[in-house]
Design a protein around this ligand. Structure first.
Ligand SMILES: *Cc1c(COP(=O)(O)O)cnc(C)c1O
Length: 390
């Protein structure tokens, strides 16, 4: 291979330059402009929801969701430990306490342990759930790598204990249920709030950016208001709440509108490439490609190769470095968040599968413009490297 095959890079095959130039020519580059509203409408129509607010990042979207959910200092929020840390940090921005939960085999939050924790470790009185002295107000679930959380089971627990659900769908734009109670529903549109991200490595990108939807469309209006400095009268500087500077810019939105035009095609390619990887790794003894949840159609954003640790002993670093030398960029899944320095004192409930998968999952190249030759090359190299290290 004469070039490095990257893990995940942006793809600007459409109208990105054209729309960005139009935004520049019109000098509408900041937090006002027609592309922002157009992007919001496009996302809402894609997701089949009434109201979407565009914002600066997925992290900002999660923070706004927690705020609107009424999470206050001293409250507790149940979060996954096997995920990107940006799903959890906003809990701290609200001076609330995270409670870390385990993963199931989809890498998403385990709803059985969640229920067990609420039943056995908490107290439910006057319609409120308490963990020690903390009022447990919300759950953040993450649709990991485009896989769908077991939302039926999560929503059952949430309803039983009056918990707000914030769906971190930053990796799962386009993932939807095909059967069951939520058939036809997209990731991010089932809980109380849904957050999306358009960072550089996500399925569509605006460089940096995000979006937020909510079960109650009026919540989205309020979030749009607080994301733009809570201006009640923009000319006379009247502000009736504490606001944020979390609004997306028109320049970002110009990219976003072009990317939304391509999203259906990007999803198709991700699905096709996943099938190809599956075929090439079929019957392989040293590992397998992680499947997506049954009863869903996933956007198949990122591909996880699960290494058989009874056979391959080499540490992840060694495998990743060897592949890097062979021009294949891969990444280990995240380290557990409850083991990271800022969270070591936090409560973590029976973490088992999250730990298991954190030692086994290797993410392999998945860009929408990867070629069939590159996929074949990646598979060959992964096999060779693993076979040398057993
Ligand atoms: C990317 C990502 C985020 C954060 O999104 P940004 O737009 O980068 O702020 C949050 N959670 C998860 C799981 C992510 O992958």
């Amino acid at each position: 291979m004469d070039h490095m095959i990257p893990l995940s890079v942006p793809n600007f095959e459409g109208n990105e330059k054209k729309y960005a130039n139009e935004a520049i020519d019109a000098t509408w580059v900041s937090t006002g402009g027609a592309y922002i509203t157009e992007l919001e409408k496009k996302i809402a129509s894609f997701l089949n929801v009434e109201n979407v607010a565009a914002c600066q990042s997925g992290t900002a979207a999660i923070h706004l969701g927690l705020r609107e959910a009424g999470v206050l200092p001293g409250d507790a929020v149940i979060v996954p430990t096997l995920t990107f840390i940006a799903a959890v940090n906003p809990v701290k921005y609200q001076f609330a306490e995270p409670i870390f939960m385990d993963a199931d085999d989809s890498l998403c939050m385990d709803p059985i342990k969640l229920r067990e924790f609420c039943e056995n470790e908490c107290e439910f009185k006057d319609g409120k759930l308490f963990f020690n002295e903390h009022h447990v107000k919300a759950i953040v679930v993450v649709h990991v790598f485009g896989n769908m959380v077991d939302m039926e089971a999560i929503m059952d627990v949430a309803e039983k204990y009056n918990l707000k659900v914030i769906e971190d769908a930053t990796e799962a734009l386009g993932t939807k249920f095909t059967t069951g109670r939520y058939a036809g529903k997209f990731a991010g549109t089932i809980g109380d709030f849904g957050a999306y991200s358009f960072n550089g490595n996500k399925i569509i990108t605006t460089g940096g950016g995000g979006a937020l939807t909510a079960k109650n469309p009026r919540d989205v209006d309020h979030l749009r208001y607080i994301s733009t400095q809570a201006k009640d009268d923009p000319h006379y500087y009247i502000h009736n709440e504490v606001g944020f500077n979390y609004r997306m810019t028109n320049l970002q939105a110009a990219l976003g509108v072009a990317q939304m035009e391509e999203l259906p095609e990007f999803i198709k390619r991700k699905q096709k490439n996943h099938e190809e990887y599956n075929r090439l790794f079929g019957g392989y003894e040293l590992g397998y490609i992680l499947p997506y949840r049954e009863g869903t159609e996933s956007n198949k954003w990122l591909y996880s190769f699960v290494i058989d640790r009874t056979k391959v002993k080499a540490p992840m670093r060694e495998i990743i470095t060897a592949l890097e030398k062979r021009k294949v960029q891969t990444r280990a899944i995240w380290g557990l968040i409850n083991e990271q320095k800022p969270y070591q004192g936090a409560y973590a409930y029976k973490i088992e599968k999250a730990k298991y998968y954190s030692e086994r999952v290797l993410n392999i190249p998945c860009s929408t413009n990867i070629t069939d030759d590159e996929i074949r090359y990646v598979v060959e190299q992964v096999k060779e490297v693993l076979e040398r290290t057993i």
